[in-house]
Ligand binder design. Structure first.
Ligand code: ADP
Ligand code: MG
Length: 655
């Protein structure tokens, strides 16, 4: 029997690995099963090259758990290993990888999921097991079976085994903290998480379940009954050898109707032409557990210059962009790597749901290396381009659909434009906006239609109820405005102004357009009226800071209106966003509010003629409050006064 020390460093490595990987230590399942898949893939390649005759029985991986004995087995009928291979790939390679791991991560205690990146897959078994055994028989005609075992990851022993069929059995004797993995539901959950799309069929067996159960057990519980005897080395190796015998025998009983846990040909691996809508929707439901139907999807299918396949779904979402949350699952050759790796997937695409499989991705390096990887940048650019192409294609060919989806997808597109210059370049001509009639226009459409009336101004509505008075005036004048009611619209407007030099956005209540004004008053009259009314209002409202503007509006019914300059309003919104609510807006050039009074209105005319009448003050206060009410809610104090005053006015009517 051959014995040896695995590595001078391994005593140091285990505590470190256990601690750092704690949150993800279920990842060993992925590593064990993906090694099984690799073993099968290697054999398939050999048979393609004519070096191995394809066997009759199908390739498979079995996961066998015994909750009683606290063991977990991973069994494959892949390529197997010879003694030299165990020596080379298990005893040496893994542990040199571990050394590299330690070197790299000594000081970065919070890094996640490193194991898969370091080719330390097999080694990850020791995160959950005190003892690991390998029984393996190589496909090579004259190969001898090998039995290998290792306790605590420090010392191994190796000898000729008794396995009679090709492949590998890895047995994990779970440590106290990891018994959960012998529980059927727990282990199945982990398999689903990491292995749902692995390319070799995976079957689960509960070794402790009675044989009659319809589950069709492949391996009997006797395999692992010897765990308790692992105290002394002697007893251990002998008993485990016996177990090998029985395991080999039991494995011959083939299950009748096995149902694999995984889907070996995920939808993304098929050609888009061969996939039906129903299949796309099924896949979406299954993978994302979202029972709302996706709006539409993009099937990525690329072989050159790199290999990338995947499906991205546009989910049905809430319209406030800060509530959006997507998931992009990243796979490497059908092996799940992680969700939302921001180094690979452009940030704004994380709002989508999707699966991306990129076998070329260098995942055996750390994340920090990924960030600086030119390949990763290309990949991310490619995905962005594909998404933009799909959207612009839909705009051009299925405009109706595009408009139908727009309310759902626009926060995503706007977010993308804000985050990614290239996406903006591609999408800027395909951003549409709903107008006052509920039709969708592009920005150039809007500007063209309003060429005469509003030059390069873009009027917009942020609240259709609060701004309804202004909306009505616009409609009467045959003017149009764009509905931009979402949180993201505010930064998006800023972006649009940056990118379109002459275009200026103005909220619909920012200023009264010349179009509303009838016959213009002479300059002198305006000055005279303004001075008079300012004085009257200052006295009535008991304030020094009111700004009054007199206009002769076409619509005589309008008495007073409030406008709020675009700049001041944006400044105030910004202050609010940064939590500077306590500050006095006058510090930034006044509140920006202007009380517009209509010189054609009888009430205003009355005020001009009666600056000191009995009800002048009441009238001023009421006109001011009404103007405010049409623009924003009154403060509590102002509201109380408004109600009392309104009652007072009504009682005058009954006198
Ligand atoms: P990696 O898979 O990244 O090469 P691992 O630590 O997971 O690193 O595995 C080390 C090596 O051990 C593999 O490359 C393979 O040669 C061998 N190996 C591990 N598991 C199996 C298995 N089930 N069948 C055959 N060979 C295996
Ligand atoms: Mg591996």
């Amino acid at each position: 029997m051959k014995k040896g020390n695995l590595s001078i460093n391994s005593e140091n490595i285990f505590p470190v690995i256990k601690k750092w990987l704690y949150s993800d230590h279920d990842i060993f399942v992925r590593e064990m099963i993906s090694n099984g898949c690799d073993a099968v893939t290697k054999l398939k390649k050999l048979s393609l090259m004519g070096e191995f005759e394809e066997p009759d029985e199908p390739y498979r991986i079995d996961v066998v758990a015994s909750p009683e004995n606290k063991t977990l087995q991973f069994i494959d009928n892949g390529i197997g290993m010879t003694e030299e291979e165990v020596e080379k790939y298990i005893n040496q390679i893994a542990f040199s990888g571990a050394e590299a791991f330690l070197q790299e991560y000594k000081d970065k205690a919070t890094e996640e999921q490193i194991i898969g990146h370091f080719g330390l897959g097999f080694y990850s078994a020791f995160m959950v097991a005190d003892q690991v055994t390998i029984e393996t028989l190589s496909y090579k005609p004259d190969a001898k079976p090998v039995y290998w075992e290792c306790k605590d990851g420090t010392e191994f022993s190796m000898k000729e085994g008794i396995k009679t069929d090709r492949g590998t059995v890895i047995t994990l004797y779970l440590n106290e903290d990891s018994y959960e993995f012998s529980n059927e539901y727990r282990i199945k959950e982990v398999i689903e998480k990491y292995c749902s799309f692995m390319p070799v069929e995976i079957y689960f067996t509960n070794a402790d379940a009675p044989a009659e159960e319809p589950k069709n057990e492949t391996v009997d519980s006797t395999v692992v009954e010897d765990t308790e005897k692992t105290e002394t080395e002697e007893a251990d190796s002998e008993n485990t050898s016996e177990a090998q015998d029985e395991a080999a025998e039991d494995k011959k009983e083939e299950p009748k109707k096995p149902k694999p846990l995984n889907d070996t040909t995920p939808l993304w691996s098929k050609h888009p032409n061969d996939c039906t809508d129903e299949e796309y929707k099924d896949f979406y439901r299954k993978v994302f557990h979202d029972y709302k139907e996706p709006l539409f999807w993009i099937h990525l299918n690329m072989d050159y210059p790199f290999n990338l396949k995947g499906i991205l779904y546009f989910p049905k979402i809430n319209t406030q962009y800060d509530n959006l949350e997507g998931t992009i699952k990243l796979y490497n050759n059908q092996v799940f790597v992680a969700d939302n790796i921001k180094e690979v997937i452009p940030e704004f695409l994380m709002l989508l749901k999707g699966a991306i499989d990129c076998p070329d991705l260098p995942l055996n390096v750390s994340r920090s290396a990924l960030q600086n990887d030119g390949f990763v940048k290309k990949l991310s650019d490619y995905i962005t381009k594909k998404v933009a192409d799909k959207l612009s294609g839909m705009y051009k060919v299925h405009r109706e659909d595009y408009e139908k989806y727009w309310d759902d997808i626009n926060p995503f597109i706007k977010f993308g434009c804000l985050k990614d210059e290239k996406f903006l370049e591609k999408m800027k001509d395909y951003c549409i906006y709903k107008n006052l009639e509920g039709k969708y226009l592009t920005l150039p459409d809007y500007l063209e239609a309003g060429k005469e009336k509003y030059e390069n101004k873009v009027f917009y509505v942020t609240d259709e109820v609060a701004q309804s008075q202004y909306i009505n005036m616009f409609k009467e004048e045959g003017m149009d405005a764009l509905i931009m009611t979402q949180t993201i619209d505010s930064p998006f407007i800023t972006l649009l102004e940056q990118k379109n030099e002459n275009v200026h956005f103005m909220r619909i209540d920012a200023d009264l357009s010349e179009n509303f004004v009838g016959e213009a008053l002479s300059e002198d009259t305006v000055k005279d009226y303004t001075d008079k009314l300012t004085e009257t209002f200052k006295k009535a409202l008991n304030t020094e800071t009111i700004t009054i503007k007199v206009e002769a509006l076409k619509n005589e019914a309008i008495s007073s209106m409030l406008t709020l300059s675009e700049e001041s309003r944006r400044m105030q919104e910004m202050m609010k966003m940064y939590g500077m609510t306590g500050m006095d807006p006058s510090m930034f050039g006044g509140s920006g509010e202007t009380l517009v009074l209509n010189a054609n209105n009888t009430l205003v005319k009355y005020l001009l003629e009666h600056p000191d009448a009995e009800y002048t003050d009441t009238l001023c206060c009421q006109l001011y409050d009404l103007a405010v009410l049409a623009n924003r809610p009154l403060s509590a104090e102002a509201m109380t006064k408004f109600v009392a005053r309104s009652n007072e006015i009504l009682s005058i009517l009954t006198k």
